[in-house]
Write a protein that binds this ligand. Structure first.
Ligand code: ADP
Length: 561
């Protein structure tokens, strides 16, 4: 069902637009009436003074001037009201009358003068839509026909000479009227056609924008754009809601934006943004905001910075999402994992101690068979403790309770060390672990213990998921502002349909060759978290049954403020 408001909107475009569009018309009017009044004003200084022609021009100019001023006054009083619409419609009617009067005083009843009517007809298309166009065409026809008839019957004799082509017989007048009326209708139809073409495009764009804004509201999703040189962050409507800020304009300043961020998260947000404003990059960070009501919201911001040809970042665009619900759920999950893992660790450690004591004969002689059973208990218990530790690590990292110890670290030395420590384990499967650095030193500012564990995770996987007698290579490459560490194996590979989920927590690929290996599906999740805390990424490329390459990209200044 079409609501009365929809009908009104089809006839009169959006009320907000009305003021803006009418202003354009009013600007044009200022120029036109200046052209009309100026000769009159100049002639005041001429010895012969004002001619009657100029007096009439000044009347036209004066009326237009008054209506212009009145429009400005009213547009401030009735910002969006129907009164303004009525007044705008009146301005157009007044203009048709003024044009007719102007033509009449000039005696220019000829096809050229019809051009003057075109301006209000065109403008009315932009302001009132097609109804406005045809209303003005009709008004122009009535006014112009009246002028032609008056001219014929000799009513209101023109103040200047009559048009030499003016008709003196009734057939001529009727023909002229028909000719001009058809001309008016053609002009109106053309304007209507072109305007509808433009308006439909504009309406489509507006409709898309509205859909986007509605979608943002449903998804609790806002978007923003920051122009660096202007210090303006343009916000979508939803972003104001997410931040709990009252919308007074379309944008906020960068300082205001920072002010809204929770003080404890501000430094990190600033660090991320400053980093992204140095070079074109993609970034992402979370922070909290405290609403005026005291409610705390969690926000996830994703963005991309763009640079000009010289490489200088000029602007950033991005999104911000209210992730409070997900955060609270995640917190509940983390608390659960942390508490249960903690509770599980104590008995598991006691099992380990007593198994060791039993194996060492503290409770009496142990037979060879019992010794073998105790070894199995011990190994399983070790695995259990390692899984519990993994879970505790996850809980720590997910709740942000991980203390980074940044230090300038030489990746070449670190990788050599890791290779040497893992070589033995690889040999048990007759595999080769190769690292042939092409640089002497590559320095990164990282937490070397954490990065070491992430790399070891990848190496353990490569070892697990690669058959005997195969080679696993570690490669180190340099980019402009980051280092690339690749672990390349010749193992079972990852099927393309599964590759997107391997970084998910507890995800293991559902195939026998994977499942016969020990695993929990925690390692990659954890490694990716650690690397992203270093503002880095882990990429994977794999060919099923041929091999897999994991590449860690680490910025040299990963943990530098
Ligand atoms: P898991 O403890 O199962 O190894 P991860 O999180 O380390 O857990 O890995 C998740 C899944 O990704 C693994 O179960 C395995 O299916 C797949 N995967 C990881 N690394 C490799 C690799 N180098 N080759 C083949 N598959 C791999």
């Amino acid at each position: 069902m079409t609501s009365p408001a929809d009908v009104a909107n089809n006839v009169f475009l959006s009320l907000d637009d009305l003021v803006v569009r009418t202003r354009w018309y009013i600007y044009l009017r200022w120029f036109i009436l200046l052209a009309v009044i100026l000769p009159g004003l100049i002639s005041l200084y001429l010895p012969e003074g004002l001619s009657s022609q100029l007096i009439h021009d000044s009347i036209v100019g004066g009326v237009a001037l008054l209506t212009n001023l009145l429009f400005y006054g009213l547009s401030y009083v009735f910002k969006k009201g129907r009164s303004l619409q009525v007044f705008t419609a009146a301005i157009f009617s007044i203009d048709i009358a003024l044009i007719t009067y102007f033509i009449y005083t000039k005696g220019g009843i000829e096809s050229r003068s019809i051009i003057m009517y075109v301006l209000p007809i065109v403008m009315s298309a932009g302001i009132f839509g097609r109804m406005g166009v045809y209303a003005l065409v009709l008004l122009s026809i009535v006014a112009y026909d009246a002028l032609l008839i008056c001219n014929y019957v000799g009513l209101f004799p023109s103040l200047s000479s009559y048009d030499p082509r003016s008709q003196t017989n009734v057939d001529g007048v009727i023909n002229t009227i028909i000719f001009f009326n058809i001309l008016f209708i053609i002009i109106g139809a053309t304007v209507d056609f072109l305007a509808r073409l433009l308006i439909s495009k504009e309406q489509l764009a507006t409709q898309r924008l509205n859909e986007l804004l509605r979608a943002q509201a449903i998804a609790k999703f806002g978007s923003w754009e920051w122009k660096k040189d202007q210090d303006v962050v343009t916000w979508s409507d939803e972003l104001f809601d997410i931040f709990g800020v009252e919308k007074t304009s379309e944008s906020v300043t960068f300082a205001e934006y920072l002010e809204y961020i929770h003080p404890d998260d501000r430094q990190n947000a600033l660090r991320e943004i400053q980093h992204a404003s140095k070079e074109e990059t993609v970034f992402s960070f979370s922070h909290r905001v405290v609403l005026p009501s005291g409610e705390v919201r969690y926000i996830r911001s994703n963005g991309q910075s763009y640079a000009d040809d010289s490489g200088a970042v000029t602007h950033m665009i991005g999104t911000a999402r209210d992730i409070t619900e997900a955060k609270l759920l995640e917190k509940a999950k983390n608390d659960f994992v942390a508490v249960t893992s903690h509770q599980l660790r104590t008995p598991a450690t006691i099992v380990k101690q007593y198994t060791t004591m039993l194996a060492e004969g503290y409770a009496g002689e142990v037979t060879e068979k019992q010794q073998a059973f105790l070894k199995t208990i011990y190994d399983s218990n070790e695995r259990q403790i390692s899984i519990i530790n993994d879970l505790l690590n996850i809980a720590r990292i997910d709740s942000g309770h991980i203390d980074m110890k940044p230090a300038r670290t030489d990746l070449v030395a670190l990788l050599r060390q890791i290779r040497d420590e893992h070589a033995g384990k690889y040999q048990t499967k007759k595999q080769r672990l190769v690292f042939k650095p092409t640089y002497d030193k590559v320095y990164c500012y990282i937490d070397s213990d954490q990065i070491r564990m992430a790399i070891e995770n990848l190496l353990d996987n490569a070892h697990k998921y690669t058959g005997a007698h195969k080679t696993v290579k570690i490669e180190l490459k340099r980019k402009r502002s980051s280092a690339l560490i690749s672990i390349i194996d010749q193992g079972i590979g990852i099927p393309p349909q599964d590759i997107h989920k391997i970084f998910d927590l507890f995800s293991r690929i559902d195939n026998p060759s994977v499942l016969q290996q020990d695993g929990t599906g925690i390692g990659l999740y954890w490694a990716q978290k650690i690397v992203s805390l270093h503002r880095g990424t882990i990429d994977v490329s794999s060919e099923h049954k041929k091999g897999t390459t994991f590449t860690i990209e680490l910025p040299y200044k990963a943990l530098e403020a």
